[in-house]
Design a protein around this ligand. Structure first.
Ligand code: EPZ
Length: 441
């Protein structure tokens, strides 16, 4: 019985049941980028006008960011394919702990909130499953723009001293190319008095997408996508209507679904420049790919081992390390995978081993010896991308795999099982405790 979308929302303690070993065929549609949409939503704090964002993915993280903005006095309305945001009545510069704690990206509001209000109190986002997730660079950069920043009782309080509450442009050097710090500081600098230069900035496409929105709002930003971003502050920013880029991590996950099932799929839309390292690694592993200007076709018959080292963009993305490991667990030969970005992003290894994967760990490196066949088993998604990795492994495994941890999966993938079922997968969202199923009438 395939539950309707409404019913699937009322499943208590949900898990995915995956019947593996099926070939996929057809086309998978890529949604808007979660890691872009979240920061573009925060930018609405910079103006009193309305921001219309299109191609926004329907994810729990997006809803959480909406709640954050509402708690600050913003209005957030969902439209047919996106969100309409208005920051005219922002009247609160204190972000609630429970919202920041549930969604790390909401910490990025500190930059625009400070630029708009002259003050911001935002709880530290804290660590999560994959690492401690510090915000040292964000704080250091705000101080370089003239803010007084203190951290007490787990709350970051930033204040612009003196009259006028306006930040002052300055030179910032990031010790590491932090995506969130780059984005936070771009937004803060957009309304500052004078010029800001961010050195060692993150190069990710989501940073470039934020620059695109800021420019559409009347900001003066140069160099996004390069290590040096220059922002000349303006007095005020106006509204904009802006489309979010496609989600390169979802697209990469779909490419890996084709590869792990040895299938032929078309995935669109895909911006190849956003996935250069992933495309290269999949070709190295034996996939053939063709981009037709909008979408990418992926064909896979035989998969060989490749080595991966996660790096900041344009290096191999840490967000696809776990999904790619599922593929390499079924490859011919032994792959060496090194996670260089987060200190605790290899927890999916134990779950893959439950499915028969032959993986040996040494520090932040996994030695993955491909096996002819994974076997279905009950497994747990330990973070967003690890949950996706377990779904991919289930597609290839012999027998039934049940994946728990959908509270992580639903943060980053909109209707993953529906999309995969539309190209031939057999996945059902069920309650882990059938007696608890509360199916809507
Ligand atoms: C963004 O997180 C993404 N999240 C992450 O995606 C992604 O994995 C990450 O960038 C790296 O690409 C969003 O955009 C909402 P960072 P962010 O600051 O900004 C260290 C997903 O699955 N660091 O670039 O928090 C940090 O510890 C999520 O969609 C410092 O040392 O990442 C980490 O090792 C997971 N000091 C590395 O930099 C700092 O002050 C990258 O972190 C800040 C970061």
């Amino acid at each position: 019985m395939i539950l309707t979308a409404v019913q699937s929302q009322t499943i208590l303690n949900p898990q995915l049941e995956i019947a593996g070993g099926r070939k996929l065929s057809g086309e998978l549609r890529v949604s808007g980028a979660k890691n872009s949409a979240l920061v573009l939503m925060a930018a609405c704090l910079l103006t009193r006008d309305t921001i219309r964002l299109r191609n926004v993915p329907p994810l729990t993280d997006i809803s959480a960011m909406g709640e954050m903005l509402r708690s600050l006095g913003g209005t957030v309305n969902h439209t047919a394919d996106g969100i309409e945001l208005n920051g005219n009545h922002i009247n609160n510069s204190t972000a609630p702990y429970e919202l920041v704690n549930s969604l790390r990206a909401s910490f990025f509001c500190i930059g625009p909130l400070l630029a708009r209000m002259g003050m911001a109190k935002v709880p530290l986002p804290g660590g999560c499953q994959i690492g401690t997730r510090p915000v040292v660079e964000h704080v250091k950069g705000l101080k370089a723009l003239g803010a007084q920043v203190t951290i007490e009782h787990g709350v970051v309080t930033a204040v612009v001293p003196g009259r006028g509450h306006r930040l002052t442009g300055g030179r910032i050097y990031l010790d590491c190319p932090s995506v969130g710090a780059t984005e936070t500081l771009m937004m803060a600098a957009a309304l500052a008095d004078g010029e800001t230069v961010i050195e060692n900035a993150a190069l990710e496409p989501e940073v470039v997408d934020l620059a695109g929105l800021l420019l559409a709002m009347g900001a003066r930003v140069r160099g996004a996508g390069t290590p040096t971003i220059t922002i000349t502050g303006v007095e005020r920013l106006h509204g904009a209507d802006y489309a979010v880029i496609p989600d390169r991590i979802e697209a990469g996950t779909f490419m890996l679904a084709a590869a792990i099932t040895r299938s032929h799929l078309r995935i669109s839309p895909v911006i190849p420049e956003h996935l250069g390292s992933v495309i290269t690694k999949l070709e190295e592993a034996g996939c053939t790919m063709q981009h037709d200007g909008i979408g990418l076709t992926v064909k896979a018959d035989r998969i060989s081992a490749v080595d991966l080292r996660t790096q900041p963009f344009p290096g191999f993305p840490t967000d696809l390390q776990a999904p790619f490991m599922s593929l390499l667990a079924t490859a011919q030969g032994t792959s060496v995978i090194t996670e260089n970005i987060f200190e605790n992003r290899l927890q999916h290894v134990a779950e893959l081993q439950r499915m028969g994967a032959a993986i040996r760990m040494q520090g932040n490196t996994a030695f993955v010896e491909g096996v002819p066949q994974l076997s279905g088993a009950p497994v747990q998604g330990t973070d967003l991308r690890a949950s996706a990795a377990m779904v991919l492994a289930g597609l290839a495994a012999q027998g039934i795999t049940t994946v728990r941890g959908l509270e992580y999966l639903d943060r980053g993938y909109a209707g993953l099982e529906d999309k995969l079922n539309s190209v031939g997968a057999c996945i059902e969202r069920v309650s882990a405790n059938p007696a608890l199923v509360n199916v809507a009438a």
